[in-house]
Design a protein around this ligand. Sequence first.
Ligand SMILES: Nc1ncnc2c1ncn2[C@@H]1O[C@H](COP(=O)(O)OP(=O)(O)OP(=O)(O)O)[C@@H](O)[C@H]1O
Length: 369
Amino acid sequence: MIAQSQSGTGKTAAFVTTVLSRVDFNQPSTPQALLLAPSRELARQIQGVITTIGQFIPNLGVAAAIPGAIPRGGAVDKAVVVGTPGTVMDLIRRRQFDTSALKVLVIDEADNMLDQQGLGEQCARVKTLLPKEIQILLFSATFPDKVLKYATSFAPSANIIKLKVQELTVKGISQMYMDCPGEADKYEILCKLYGLMNIGSSIIFVKTRESATRIQQSMVRDGHKVSVLHGAYEGSERDALLDDFRTGKSKVLITTNVLARGIDVSTVSMVINYDIPMKGMGDATHDTETYLHRIGRTGRFGRVGVSITFISDKKSFVALQAIAKDLLIDLVALSPEDWDETEKQVQRVIKSSRAQASFVPSAGTGGHE
Ligand SMILES: Nc1ncnc2c1ncn2[C@@H]1O[C@H](COP(=O)(O)OP(=O)(O)OP(=O)(O)O)[C@@H](O)[C@H]1O
């Protein structure tokens, strides 16, 4: 199956219930289902959902195949395995993970997992080491045409559930942009935004690890309480940072694309694209998919949220226009010159109730093609 549904609409529960229905729990130490995700954070999150949904299943064991979780020489001896492709690959190669009894392969964020260099190769290689008759489930909120074509050869004769372009955006997320005079003004505008407003939890996306750390350090120096998470941190540190954010111990998280996809923290009411997402050699083109996944960290399962994308020059302005065109949307303009109005616009959304979101997922609002 290849399945597409908007961010925050509950794809995890859909594939987890499928997985759990396929596993024979009389063989609790034989790996029977493998779920792949692009980041350790998402793999851990999915592991948590499996444990929650399967809490009444006796003998349910879920192994996390992420860096550092399974010691060298140790066997993967749980019925359900969820991990990142590189680590899964290593475990299979070192004969710690016997894949011969696997019945289901789930790839979450499948367009990213199959397309991206590195990840795509690893997923393809993992597949060659699995039983030929394995059932394949590919899930994502986005499936660009090019990847969908490849996905259909990765999962031949799959049932396909696909969204129309105009259904891609979640209506509960109010999409805005801030027209900053220049790159150098972005930091001050960011601080002003946080200084003025009382926002629940929020995520700030930047382009590089270095700028994430730099902005975090400056904000802390300027009296804001902000955490930073990116790929340069050790696994256990990353786990602790995200756990603190989930529990509300920290409320502002600066990060890179590593957390753009899948992460589900229902209290996030604002997402800031400090740097607009770009892709390709030298960041030549706008990245509509990443934009959609980033803003989808708010407005989860019928909640409301705000996304604010900073633009500061012609390139970022053109990129945002192109994203808006791809998604057939209009964005609300915010001005750094009129903070009263900006505050009003943002607070109006954040303070509005869940019921006011015009997209509330339910059995009847599939909106699929
Ligand atoms: N039937 C349900 N009733 C209430 N809440 C639900 C239901 N199904 C899922 N949820 C909640 O909805 C939230 C979003 O689910 P999930 O993380 O699976 O979204 P997703 O579709 O995978 O999004 P993304 O594309 O961003 O990964 C989760 O907090 C989950 O617990």
